[in-house]
Design a protein around this ligand. Structure first.
Ligand SMILES: Cc1cc2nc3c(=O)[nH]c(=O)nc-3n(C[C@H](O)[C@H](O)[C@H](O)COP(=O)(O)OP(=O)(O)OC[C@H]3O[C@@H](n4cnc5c(N)ncnc54)[C@H](O)[C@@H]3O)c2cc1C
Length: 325
């Protein structure tokens, strides 16, 4: 149930983003009897709604992304968290130590704590075929989808650490991996490059830009390339195309300074609190080794419990201040 009608303006915690992290945190907060509001711009589920099959979430050997999203949403609603459909424009800590969360529908919600779980977006090539074959050959996640390409010939696009490392990872499954980069030199660390270039299953394709991803009813079947020096075009026969050309975390909603890494991923302490006291972050937009459903819900669990403690301590401090006045 989304209940825009029932919403009020003040909560214990406002959760921004209804992917696995946001839904899990709202479930814990509701169960912990906190007055929690979850704001999601679309249907709850986040990237689960862009994922065909999930085979690495414990308890579900194989489940459709949309089915897991529906199960997580109804589980969250069971414990009473309010979910509203709206897009958050800004999160700001005010002088009175409360946060204001402003939305596209012109609402201003207030709470002493905010949990940001707005995820991020893998950068896209923007070529024909990329959208058509997304989930049918085109992927942005090796850990998630690698196992679907056993003994096949695939391509990895990119030249940074992620591309080179994931190309190596994908050779566990694929027969052959073309590592396609638009430049001569790779940005990835020398160690990763050495390891990848020595791997007999990896063929390095330099100075080639992807012009198009071709395919048919079964999914992607080819990659059309253009040589950046000669302008010549060529085609690689591949059934999978893994694109690693960066990921943009949705951390720009936070007004004011907060600690982040050079790519905008949010740095937190081990309670998931950011450098702004009372502002927590969980899931894909946080600095961490890997980005999976399990890590998103793990972060969210820690954040929800840490928020309960933070609120209790805040209340205690307020009582003491009144007592000593
Ligand atoms: C194609 C694909 C396949 C994947 N397959 C797997 C897999 O098989 N197994 C696995 O473990 N992981 C998989 N992953 C990774 C996994 O989906 C993510 O790690 C996980 O969804 C992260 O959860 P999250 O809640 O942090 O972010 P997200 O799932 O990205 O959710 C963020 C939510 O925030 C909302 N939002 C963003 N901005 C705003 C705003 N301004 N206002 C309101 N709402 C906002 C978004 O609409 C979204 O619903 C896959 C990812 C992709 C892209």
């Amino acid at each position: 149930m989304t209940n825009n009608e029932k919403e009020k303006a003040q909560y214990d915690v406002i959760i921004v983003g209804g992917g696995p992290a946001g839904l899990c945190a709202a479930m814990y907060s509701g169960r912990g009897m906190l007055d929690a509001l979850l704001i999601e711009r679309g249907l709850p589920g986040g990237e689960l709604l862009n994922t065909e099959l999930i085979e690495d979430y414990p308890g579900f050997e194989s489940i459709l992304g949309r089915d897991l999203a529906a199960r997580m949403t109804s589980h969250t609603e069971k414990f009473g968290a309010s979910i509203v459909t709206d897009t958050v424009d800004a999160i700001e800590k005010m002088d009175d130590d409360w946060f204001e969360v402003r939305t596209q529908l012109g609402k201003v919600y207030r709470a002493p704590t905010v949990l940001l779980t707005a995820g991020g977006t893998p950068n896209k090539l923007g070529v024909p075929g990329e959208v058509e074959y997304a989930g049918r050959g085109v992927s942005y996640c090796a850990v998630c989808d690698g196992a679907f390409f056993k003994d096949e010939t695939i391509a990895v696009v990119g030249g940074g650490d992620a591309a080179v490392e994931e190309a190596g990872y994908l050779t566990r499954y694929a027969e052959k991996v073309f590592l396609v980069h638009r430049r001569d030199e790779f940005r990835a660390s020398k160690l990763l490059q050495e390891r990848a270039f020595k791997n007999p299953k990896i063929a390095v394709v330099r100075s080639q830009v992807v012009e198009e991803i071709g395919g048919g009813p079964s999914g992607a079947t080819s990659l059309k390339l253009k040589d950046t020096k000669t302008g010549e075009t060529s085609e690689l026969a591949v059934t999978g195309v893994f694109i690693f050309i960066g990921f943009t975390p949705n951390s720009g909603l936070i007004k004011g300074h907060f600690d982040h890494d050079p790519s905008g991923y949010i740095i937190t302490d081990w309670n998931m609190m950011t450098s702004i006291p009372g502002l927590f972050a969980a899931g894909d937009l946080r600095v961490q080794l890997t980005r999976q459903i399990t890590t998103a819900v793990g972060d969210a669990t820690t954040a929800a419990i840490a928020i309960e403690k933070y609120l209790a301590e805040r209340q205690e401090a307020a009582k003491e201040a009144v007592g000593s006045a």
